[in-house]
Each structure stands twice: as structure tokens, then as C-alpha cells.
Design a protein around this ligand. Sequence first.
Ligand code: SF4
Length: 433
Amino acid sequence: MASIANKTDEQLIVEKHISNLHNGFAHWPRAEEAPPALGDSRWTQDLILATWLMAETGQVPDNGLEYKIGASGGGFDVLDFNIPNQDQWLSEDTEIDLSLPLNRRDDGAQLKINIPMYGGGMSYGSISEHVMQARARAAQHLGTFTSTGEGGYPPSLVPYKDHIITQVATGMFGVREETIQYAPIVEFKYAQGAKPGLGGHLLGDKATSAVAAMRESVPWVSLFSPFPFHSVYSVEDHRKHVDWIRTTNPRALVSVKVSTPTDVDMVAVGSYFAGAHIVHLDGSYGGTGAAPEIAKKNIAMPIEFAIPKVHKYLVSENVREEVTLMASGGVRTAYDVAKAIALGADGCVMGTAELIAIGCTRCSNCERGRGCPFGLTTTDPLLQQLMPADWGQQRIINMYNAYAIQLRDLLRKLGLRSIRELRGRRDLLKYVG
Ligand code: SF4
């Protein structure tokens, strides 16, 4: 190890900040006093601290922190499970299966994930390369996936390519033949629930030379992904997209990410008939600090309304068993995952929870200046060092391990032996608002 005398001022400053940050994330969840100004009604102070604790220990919080719900007064926060009497619970040694097959059609690879969750798209440029590496390595360890988002595929991710979803969105940034050929799953992003109709945007301050090169653009110029795909106005157009992917990579599964307009059930069925293996519903509560507040709160349908609407329609069209329905947009906890599945989803796509695990405080500075003060949603070479990939990888793994403990415990108490048995069991939910 280099001695202090051999280190640059920059190295010493980074090391000092990393040490302080990591000590802080370990200290605050168990501190007597509350930290200053942390959280909001959806991601409450308790939920953030509980997620930090799970990321630290891999265990369910045991110190009174509320780790199941927030304080929004709606959505998943006013749903709970009808837990039967203890004599109906399965025994503690019962094997509970959390795995989820992603391909229910008779074409493409038969992919299965070990937990009913995978990581959502966050692009190179919106987050640091270290965060991408941490997410990819965690996905590999857990036997699940993460998504590139729309910003290209840094070479450092190639070793984890069997666990990385390639996203294709309207700007086509970083979409290359080889990244489609790498991909076990290709995700078309038609819209995001946090900002439907607004497309994507990366502000110029974050478009460094490396980011611009990956996106085949010019450094320090803002980049916009327009809405919608102007090549897709019908199921037949959509089918052409699917055919393009199948021609380039016949084994890849095709996922279609859509927001939740009122006719989302029709969109889902149309996506199925166009050839999609996965329909990914993205509801209105999600998004990082980069999504405008006015859009996050006012445009798309909340995910807890969209899931049962789509599930029921897929059942009525006799195609429910042939398509995988994934839900995202404000799924914050293991209990949110279970509630989404009980409403009719097969599994969930996680975004913000992974960022919280590696130190996000929900401060909403993702798109200001050089981005995140904790080194997450930034491309600044110095700032991104604050979140080393190996540290982040372990925190994400730990968080999902704690989720898995909670899901298995809940299923056991509900008398279910697999997460797949929970799908559509709305009778197990109750309103507690
Ligand atoms: S901590 Fe970073 S990632 Fe989280 S909201 Fe703030 S700027 Fe965005």
C-alpha cells in the first residue's frame, strides 16, 4: 500500500471522504439521534435508514426502524397482508422457492432468476461507471439481471454480460449490434412512469468525453431521447422492432417497458401479440432526482392500479400464462414487491432501492452541476470514486438477501411454498388506510 507521503492530495481527500461516508452509513441506522433532514413521505427517514442497515448486514432490521412501508398515505402504504393464524403457517424448515422463469413462450432462451426482482435501467452518464459495475456484479452474484439503461455498454461491463439487459430507447444511444448480441434480454423503453411523454435527458454537465464517446455525441452537450419512438405507432410496427432483435440475436428475450396510461392493459396485450416475452409496467412513483416533480406526481397511473388492470386483461385474453409481467415505479421494499405480486405481477424491477443501498439520501441533486454528492448519479471522475464498485456490489447483495429473508418469511406465514403461488392473490391483501 502506498504511504501517505506517496499519495497525491486528491487521493488523500478521496480516501478521507470515503471513510467518513462509509462510517456514516454504518452509524446512522443505529444512532440514538435522528440524522438531519433525511427522506420524504414515500422514502421516509426510517425506510432509508432501514435500507442502509440491510445493505450493511444482509439481515432484517431489528432495532425498531419501519422497514415495510412509508408514510405516503396511499399506494402500497395502505395495503397489508391478511396473515392467517399461526397454526396455518408452514414450518420454519419449509423450502420456499423465490425463483421466477422469465420466458413463458416457446422461443428464445429459458431464463430464470433466483429472486423475483431485477435491476432497472440506469444509463451510463446518468449514473457513474462504478455504480453500473456494482449493480452488474451484484446481479451476477444473485443470479438475476440489471439493465444498462439508454447510454451504452461500457467495456468494463462485458464480463457480466450474461446478467445485463441491453436497453434500446428512442435516442438509440450506445445501441450497437454487439451489445444486442451480448444481451440475454433486450428491453425496449417506450416510456418511463416517472416522466411519461417527456423522453429522457442528460444535461450537458454530465456528458463528459467518455459519456459522449459512448453515445456518439459531443462532450458537454445536453442529450435528449425524444418521446415517442417515431417508428412505432401500431402493434405491427412494434412487431418489426421485435423481429429486428430476433434477427440480430435469436436467443434474446424481448422486454417492453411502458408507462401506465389508462389504456395500459391494451398496450400490454398488444405487446404480447407483437412477440414480447416480458411486459414491464413502470408506474408513477419511481424515478431518481432527475425526473421532474410535476411529472412524477401527476401523469402516469399509480402502479398498484395498473398491475391488477393489466393482469385481469391478460387473463381475459387467455395469454396470461404466456407473458411475464414485471412492475416498477415506487417499489421500495420487500413488502412492496410482495404486494405488487399479490396484485398480479410476476416480479418487480428495482431502481431507487439499489441507489439507497449504496448511499442515496434522496436529496434530488442528480441532475444539478456534476451530479450526486455521494458519487452515484455523477460522471465526475473525482466524485465517482466516493462509491467504490466492490463496496457497492456487497451492499446491493446484502439488501436483496435481507429482502429474500422477508419474502420467505411472509410466504411461509401465508402458507405458500413459492413466490409464483402469490401471483394475483388479492384475497390475501387488506386495505388499512
Ligand atoms: S443522493 Fe445522489 S442519487 Fe440520491 S437523490 Fe441525491 S444526487 Fe440523486
